[in-house]
Design a protein around this ligand. Structure first.
Ligand SMILES: Nc1nc2c(ncn2[C@@H]2O[C@H](COP(=O)(O)OP(=O)(O)OP(=O)(O)O)[C@@H](O)[C@H]2O)c(=O)[nH]1
Ligand SMILES: [Mg+2]
Length: 288
């Protein structure tokens, strides 16, 4: 049997979470068109009788501007420590020089595959350009081209990953798909809807905490708090006559029901916690 840790790194918006989901063939990590969507290290465990791969999605690599960012980069660093293989993901349209600097700054001690994502968005010639640019980089053992959004190249990538992994026993039971609790994924789904529905800074000023998760006879009752930094943001999340929070709730409930395969009653509240992103106690309480 083969088993090991395969951790995904890259700049914000490269498609890391989309790739994790494509490899797992299951939606574990939330995705949005905005940068800095992922804030935690999210493990996805893929088990068969022949292999177990523990993938980790990580936050996009940035220069921290406040304490929440520092926590996010800590999650990235923790994934550097146990990787057997690093997947370095770049967007086919991003600035590759910058990505190269970021990857060099990681000072990886493990081998890595350089993966160019979103090839559906560029002409085929771009692949030759990527070969010339990344082909000579020391850290890239393989150079692969994928479109995580539609699965192009993902099976081939998985084959290469498994071929590369060391022999060993499974680290997790074969029915576990993540090391994180259901509550975490519920909060993430709500956060995804906020990222999708709200403009500008609001998603970045917001976090979600699940306060109650109770199994009733016919459904699961969930009570969650949307935490914002200021009163004015609370008004925006609520929307006119409560329209916005209702939309967030409806969209989130549908996805939560799909994820836990049960009927859900979801109650959302908005709370103001001044400057929570800079406050150690709040950050801890909210799981960062
Ligand atoms: N066209 C296209 N879009 C993609 C592809 N993969 C991901 N995307 C889109 O790129 C955006 C960012 O995807 P994410 O998976 O959230 O990116 P990420 O690297 O996890 O971003 P952070 O968590 O913010 O670091 C989303 O709008 C995705 O739908 C792809 O192969 N092709
Ligand atoms: Mg992500």
């Amino acid at each position: 049997m083969k088993a090991g840790f395969v951790n995904i790194f890259g700049k914000p918006n490269a498609g890391k979470s989309t790739l994790l989901n494509a490899l797992m063939k299951e939606k574990l990590a939330i995705v949005s068109s905005k940068v800095q969507t992922t804030r935690h290290r999210i493990k996805g465990i893929l088990s068969t009788p022949q292999y177990q791969v523990i993938f980790s999605d990580t936050p996009g690599i940035i220069d921290p501007k406040y304490k929440l960012h520092e926590k996010m980069m800590k999650a990235v660093r923790s994934a550097l420590e146990d990787a057997d293989l690093a997947l370095l993901l770049v967007d086919s349209k991003e600035n590759w020089q910058e990505a190269d600097q970021v990857f060099s700054s990681l000072r990886l001690k493990v081998p890595s595959f350089l993966i160019v994502n979103k090839i559906d968005r560029v002409p085929i010639e771009k692949q030759q350009e990527a070969r010339s640019f990344f082909g000579e980089k020391e850290y890239a053992k393989e150079l692969l081209f994928i479109a995580a959004i539609n699965g192009t190249g993902v099976d081939e990538l998985l084959k290469k990953i498994i071929a590369f992994l060391p022999e060993g026993n499974a680290f997790y039971a074969d029915d576990e798909i993540s090391d994180l609790p259901t509550k975490f994924f519920v909060a993430e789904i709500i956060r995804e809807k906020i990222f999708g529905l709200m403009e500008d800074e609001i998603p970045y000023q917001t976090t979600v905490l699940v306060q109650e998760f109770k199994e009733k006879s016919t459904l699961i009752k969930i009570r969650a708090e949307i935490i914002v930094q200021r009163e004015s943001q609370k008004a925006i999340i609520l929307g006119e006559g409560g329209k916005m929070i209702k939309q967030i709730g409806t969209d989130a409930r549908k996805d939560i029901e799909k994820f836990i395969e049960q009927k859900v009653f979801l109650e959302l509240f908005v709370k103001v916690r001044a400057n929570w992103r800079e406050n150690e106690l709040y950050l801890k309480e909210y799981g960062y």
